[in-house]
Design a binder for this molecule. Sequence first.
Ligand code: N01
Length: 547
Amino acid sequence: MTDKISEQGAQQLDVVVVGAGFAGLYLVHKLRSLGYDVLGLEAAADVGGTWYWNRYPGARCDVESLQYSYSFSEELQQEWRWSERFAPQPEILAYLGHVADRFDLRRSFLFNTRVASARYEESANLWSIATEAGKCFSARFCIMATGNLSVGRIPEFAGLQDFAGEIYHTGNWPHEGVDFTGKRVGVVGTGSSAVQSIPPIAQQAEHLYVFQRTPHFSVPARNGPIEDQYDSEWKRNYPAQRAKARSTRSGVLYDYGTKSALEVDAGEHAVELGRRWEKGGTNFLYAYNDTLRSEASNQISADFVRERIGEIVIDPTVADKLMPKDYPIGTKRICVDTDFYATFNRPNVTLVDVRPSPITGFDQTSLKTADASYQLDAVVFATGFDAMTGALLKMDIVGRNGHSLRDKWAEGPKTYLGLAIAGFPNMFIVTGPGSPSVLSNVVIAIEQHVEWIVDCIEKMEHEGIATIEAEESAQQEWVDHVNDVACQTLYYQANSWFLGANVPGKPRIFMPYVGGFDTYVAKCDDVVRNGYAGFIKTKDQAEAIPA
Ligand code: N01
């Protein structure tokens, strides 16, 4: 790392990368091996990103580990042995630790370092990055690898500060773990984090109350050990399998159905959906090619899951409450579970439907709803994240002409390809809003972004380009396209975090790109082939750029 210091006393670098998760690690590795002076800044004490913070019981990935892993190094993918089909959080964190060791990445990061601001200094064509502790860095390029689900949120409940019990958020779990033995525990929420954590918490707690506002659809993981034969089959064909995955619409090798559910009869639905339910995982959602576009088709898969809930959950009233009825399956992120529904058959678990009787707040001992009070020793907020924009807007990011990102995105995020923002030269974001990101295999999406960004920086170096910046018009066209493709689906029918609906006051914009990972990659490649179409490039930063 450099010891160059700017006139203002800031350490000078070629590139500052914010974040040490999957994206930050790969960026630092790639840029450093090309000879760039790169520094990573990370708020946590070590690498891992989302897998550093989300240590709640039951946390694991829901894309198969053999696919939810880096493909950029054949040696790495050959040497790492995943133990389970869906690896648990400690194993994914160990994997990222291994990557950091293997490529000696930690020496290029500053940990326990939270970025407060990033400001584009127009006259010098440099980004000035300041940390909360007051350290300053300056760099030609600033890359935000800050993740889409990294700013957890606890709703503002009256009296929470008076609650004397333990308070946790799944996204910021204590490193030493939590022992719920003998405790009355409340879990608020029933999204992916809740669905994974509820079964193990129920096994420990004296009593578990689950406060559900909206039931989520969940399919069984059918998790288990990875047999040697399966592992070696994958590893024998790894490069070909990865290439195949990259050419799919989600970046995952699912078994993509090619027909509409409406083209086949009920008998076939039962066989096909049953087969997928038994196989486990989100492959269930890909049985038909129009599940997320046709209400009638969607209802067939949704009914199938509702029927399974009815079979698993013994008490019909509880089963009925657990059945999602007011939005199409898949339009809120589908959950993948191990024994989630069966957990409600335990005598120490109570489902509290807070839709008719919302949570009104807390007092010293209890969580209170409009019509009851629940004495708790601990409460777990599985209440999600300020998704996709939260981490970026938490920082004070200021671009050209002193315009802040907060102002620019006041009505919702606008990006070009989810990679760049008009008015923010030489700044890139990884898997930002407007890219497939959370709707795809995010590790593969990250690799594609990192490679695109690094390739762009390399070309700028070779061609003597001083700045690159998204054109306002190209950005608007992309934003409109992202919105148009989302409008052709059923996604708008659910109050999901994809739309920002979980954060009061957040603009309702469908943030991820649903047009397909394969289509998206082709678009990114086209942009490059056409000389970075939609970007303004300047050889000299003094060249006029529209304000
Ligand atoms: O958060 P969520 P999450 N009163 O936003 C409820 C990824 N992930 O952390 O639906 C009562 O999905 C809220 O209710 P409602 C994955 O992409 C992946 O679970 O808004 N309840 C909901 O039930 C996932 O989608 C894995 O009505 C309130 C819950 O809290 C994303 O992260 C594992 C409330 C929030 O669910 C986020 O998942 C974990 C209130 N005031 C996470 N406010 C894998 O498997 C909110 N809720 C890889």
